[in-house]
Write a protein that binds this ligand. Structure first.
Ligand code: PAF
Length: 281
């Protein structure tokens, strides 16, 4: 497995392999089983797999967890190696955002609502870094987890709008046995939060899907059902519940097969997101 720190070397690496297909997994590190699954998938679908590890400052707002975002480079490299990753790109912020940096990507409609409302500017940072990484790594495929559903929709739109020849692959969320979606931010949770309380987010989403399957079509009733279900756990503070179209990310009143339920919940100082959809792609 090769480790690369500079943009020049990363571009060279990809150029030298232009006859190979490249699958790319961009991450902010602190890899968990979800990331490892993406890396294993990358290995399966392309000749070469590339992982990037970069905690992108431009997607954090002042006061968010940029400084305390969990890091474990040694552990990450071991996991990447075990997953058969061919190359790890670990760029330096001074090179990614040099002093006179001025260019930003915004996916205007899809960045609105959901996490976009709670974290203004977040998706501008995400779209920009992903676009830059795509230009540097030049992958044929890029793989993202479906837990960050709005992020995935935004990246798909950006790739289409900017005519990038990259196939974006969404990978189903990997969960702990108790249903909690794997996330680097789970590291912030106490044992009790992680094992007793947080799993109730997905449990409640599944119950909501169940009432929909049993005939409930009114989004407002499903939203109230989720609010009621989560209110049993006083530790939760709901940031948003979104019930809407999974392609346009517009809210719906009447639920149909394209509906996704996405949720963000505060548990103590940790913000957790998850989603569930009626029909997966
Ligand atoms: O999902 C993430 O880890 C980040 O948002 C990404 C896509 C690596 C961009 O920094």
């Amino acid at each position: 497995m090769e480790l690369i720190n500079t943009i020049y070397e990363m571009k060279q690496w990809s150029k030298e392999r232009q006859n190979n297909s490249i699958a790319f997994v961009p991450t902010m590190g602190f890899l968990h089983i979800g990331h490892v699954t993406l890396l294993e998938h990358a290995k399966k679908i392309a000749d070469k797999s590339v992982l990037s590890i970069y905690v992108n400052p431009s997607q954090f707002r002042p006061g968010e967890d940029l400084d305390k975002y969990p890091r474990d480079m040694e552990g990450d490299l071991k996991k990447a190696k075990n997953a058969g990753t061919d190359c790890v790109f670990i760029p330096d912020s001074n090179e990614i955002y040099p002093e006179n940096y001025q260019t930003w990507i915004e996916v205007m409609e899809l960045q609105k609502g959901l996490c976009g409302d709670s974290r203004p500017g977040h998706f501008k940072g995400v779209a920009t870094i992903v676009c830059k990484l795509f230009n540097i790594v030049r992958p044929d495929f890029a793989i993202f987890g479906e837990k960050d559903f709005q992020q995935l929709a935004i990246i798909r739109q950006m790739v289409a709008d900017l005519n990038m020849d990259i196939k974006i692959i969404g990978h189903p969320t990997i969960r702990e046995e108790n249903g909690l979606a794997f996330s680097s931010r789970n590291a912030y949770l106490t044992e009790k939060q992680r094992f007793d309380i947080a799993p109730n987010i997905y449990k409640t989403l599944l119950q909501a899907l169940n009432i929909i399957k049993n005939g409930e079509k009114q989004a407002v009733n499903v939203e109230n059902f989720i609010i009621k279900g989560l209110s049993v756990f006083k530790e939760f503070k709901i940031d948003y519940i979104f019930i809407g179209n999974k392609f346009t990310l517009k809210k719906t009143d009447i639920i149909d097969n394209n509906t996704i339920i996405a949720i963000a919940v505060w548990l103590g100082n940790t913000r957790l997101i998850d989603n569930a959809q009626l029909c997966s792609e």
